[in-house]
Design a binder for this molecule. Structure first.
Ligand code: FES
Ligand code: FES
Length: 192
């Protein structure tokens, strides 16, 4: 079958490759780019193990053709981790909350949770369950996974209120300094 030239960005790097039209995105990532963190469970759109981000949106890479990704930016689970090698807060929360056992489904869950949290930072537990309902896990009973996502929501909210409090304190300090400067100027005028 004739191959076509594909140009896309994968995990921040420009990629050019010749691909057959029938090659799925999942197979392209795993077999051509050796990004094997994207797993294949059902290969027909049910389990979510193959979830990747395309231009920021979570999609099932077993249901997309690689050639459809022309000009797109793809992020796999490998690309979520910063170059420093530290875990993202979502990855760290999965580890801390025992959100995995065999780990086969975990990349898909981590990618889906990352997209979900970017879209909706204030989800309730029920909304977390609904948002992740397209990913299947045979091992954990989902409790640890939902706990992990909720713990990310809590820690991001705490960090955001801390930043707001700091910004408020800095603004208040600025206002005090301006008031003091005004008082000093007024005293100077009065004394002259
Ligand atoms: S392998 Fe893609 S949804 Fe299951
Ligand atoms: S941890 Fe095993 S399938 Fe999810």
């Amino acid at each position: 079958m004739a191959e076509h030239r594909l140009e896309a960005t994968v995990n921040g790097r420009e990629v050019t490759a010749m691909v057959e039209p029938r090659l799925t995105l999942a197979d392209f990532l795993r077999e051509k780019l050796r990004l094997t963190g994207t797993h294949l469970g059902c290969e027909h759109g049910v389990c979510g193990a193959c979830t990747v981000l395309v231009d920021g949106a979570a999609i099932r890479s077993c249901l997309a053709f690689a050639i459809q990704m022309q000009g797109c930016s793809i992020t796999t689970v490998e690309g979520l981790t910063p170059d420093s090698g530290e875990l993202t807060d979502v990855q760290a929360a999965f580890r801390a909350e025992h959100g995995l056992q065999c780990g086969f489904c975990t990349p898909g869950f981590v990618v889906s949770a990352t997209a979900l949290l970017a879209e909706r930072p204030d989800l309730t537990a029920a909304e977390v369950r609904e948002g992740l309902s397209g990913n299947l896990c045979r091992c954990t009973g989902y409790q640890g996974i939902v706990r992990a996502v909720q713990s990310v929501i809590r820690s991001r909210q705490a960090a955001s209120s801390g930043q707001q409090a700091e910004a408020g304190a800095a603004q208040a300090a600025g206002t005090t300094q301006e008031a003091e400067a005004g008082a000093a100027r007024a005293a100077g005028v009065a004394g002259s």
